[in-house]
Design a protein around this ligand. Structure first.
Ligand SMILES: CC(C)(COP(=O)(O)OP(=O)(O)OC[C@H]1O[C@@H](n2cnc3c(N)ncnc32)[C@H](O)[C@@H]1OP(=O)(O)O)[C@@H](O)C(=O)NCCC(=O)NCCS
Length: 133
């Protein structure tokens, strides 16, 4: 929460309902050091489409630029591949180049899983990035 709350306030991450987040905590994975959480990310599966969403990727600002974001992404890719998913997608308003430089390509809303398309928040105007696994 210490990492994602400020990012929600800045509009970098979409605000997640706290009860829902607690219920979905198993989807999250972390980088920890001496009891401190340095970074986190979550994977949301869409089994019907064999695709998974990488969400909530965030690194504590004091620990950025040390490859931790890259490690979280690599871990997400490995987990998704192991679970049999064919692609990863991410919705982001600001961190576009970071994903492009790591093999993602911008995609149209029609490429999103059906359930995600109906929830897609046009107001937020997130860009959609996709990467085959
Ligand atoms: C994106 C984020 C997770 C990267 O974490 P990190 O630990 O700094 O990542 P890495 O160390 O692996 O990569 C750092 C590199 O990415 C670059 N970078 C950081 N943010 C960037 C951005 N928004 N756009 C382009 N490049 C970016 C850094 O300049 C650095 O480049 P260098 O390696 O050439 O010096 C982190 O900046 C963050 O938490 N951002 C806020 C949350 C967010 O935007 N999440 C993504 C949307 S879900």
């Amino acid at each position: 929460m210490q990492i994602i709350e400020p990012l929600e306030q800045q509009g970098v991450l979409v605000r997640r309902d706290r009860d829902k987040l607690e219920g979905e905590i198993d989807r999250f994975f972390l980088i920890e050091s001496e009891g401190n959480v340095l970074g986190c990310a979550a994977l949301y599966p869409f089994p019907e489409e064999s695709i998974a969403e990488l969400a909530c990727l965030a690194v504590n600002p004091f620990y950025r630029d040390g490859g931790r974001g890259q490690r979280l992404l690599a871990s997400a890719e490995a987990r998704a591949r192991k679970a049999g998913f064919k692609a990863l997608f991410v919705l982001s308003t600001r961190t576009t180049h970071w994903f492009i430089e790591r093999g993602f390509a911008q995609a149209d809303i029609s490429r999103l899983p059906g359930r995600k398309q109906s929830l897609y928040n046009y107001e937020r105007r997130s860009k959609i990035f996709m990467k085959g696994l």
